[in-house]
Design a protein around this ligand. Sequence first.
Ligand code: SF4
Ligand code: SF4
Length: 373
Amino acid sequence: MMRELQLLIKPASCACDMACRYCFYKDEAAGRAVSDRGKMRKETMRIVIDKALAAAQTCVFGFQGGEPTLAGLPFFQDVVAYAQERKSPGQEVAFTLQTNGLGLDEAWFRFLKENRFLVGLSLDGVRRSHDGNRPDHRGEGTFSRVFGAAQRLQEAGIPFHVLCVLNAQTAPRIGAIYRFFGRKGFLHQQYIPCLDPLEERRGEEPFSLTPQMYGEALQELFDLWFADVTAGRPVYLRQFENYVAMLRGGRPEACSMYGKCSMQNVIESDGTVYPCDFYALDAYEMGNICDPEVDFETFWKLAEEGGHPFFREPARRDDRCGSCRWYPLCRGGCRRDCFAQDGGQKNYYCEAYQQFFARSIGRLEMLAGRVRG
Ligand code: SF4
Ligand code: SF4
């Protein structure tokens, strides 16, 4: 039995009540023979739960989208009740939800609190940067509604982090965004680089995050975060905390920091399993969890033994990684940022990482050496 199994479930497939300009999942789904798989049936979800509990001691059921709350609160109530009923006394189950916040109401807040969901709320910083890319289907900005949801989560005492996408609208304002989050008490923060559409040259979209923007935003964020942390103001910024933990010999939380792609157990609403959220494409289908012949062990073995195209060269990154002094921390980044160039392989953000580490390594090491209370 595996020690822990983390699942990334898409109960509403790629459906969403927002129309974010940079949505990578809509882009991926558009390239599939069947883009939207509809809402997940309760029976499908119960198979997922049964097979997960048969495979691992601890099961983390993560829900993402599209917008997962569109599957409806009764769907989630059934998930929790069924998992609690089926788990054996020694087993642990945990739930996470990545949401745009639009559909959260008092019944949701009660449910999330009672069942100890860890919530990720997508909030692209301040009103201007958020509304620039995250309108609803009528074209109206969603900042006020999402910010309201953040405040309600806070009042209800539900643990959550804000997830801010770094793009051409947020990166140049990153200092203002970081300070804004701090003033509002949103102290758990995650920043992830925006993806350009598949099959498109990078850097061509109005929202594209260029390497220069990324490098500058990382440095500014780090300066601000370091000042807070050393002044005793506890801000948890996932990427930097992970670097510090790695310097102490710990394992990072993000697969882009593992040094190779690992099995992310992405489950579409019809039960189709993919290796990674960034590769939920027909060419990378691994099977269907509803198939009586397969279980999570099957997928795990396929990944470990390289028996699936996604895992043939899981560690192939930038050709310079092998001799790079920053590799122990950087590990080459995410495969979606790597591309073939001049007969070799290159990471789009390599120079940004190199500059960042060269400038920050002393302070990262200092934090790693510090005993933090
Ligand atoms: S492609 Fe990126 S996100 Fe997907 S498994 Fe590899 S490193 Fe992780
Ligand atoms: S900085 Fe560049 S060469 Fe070095 S590990 Fe990262 S991606 Fe590879």
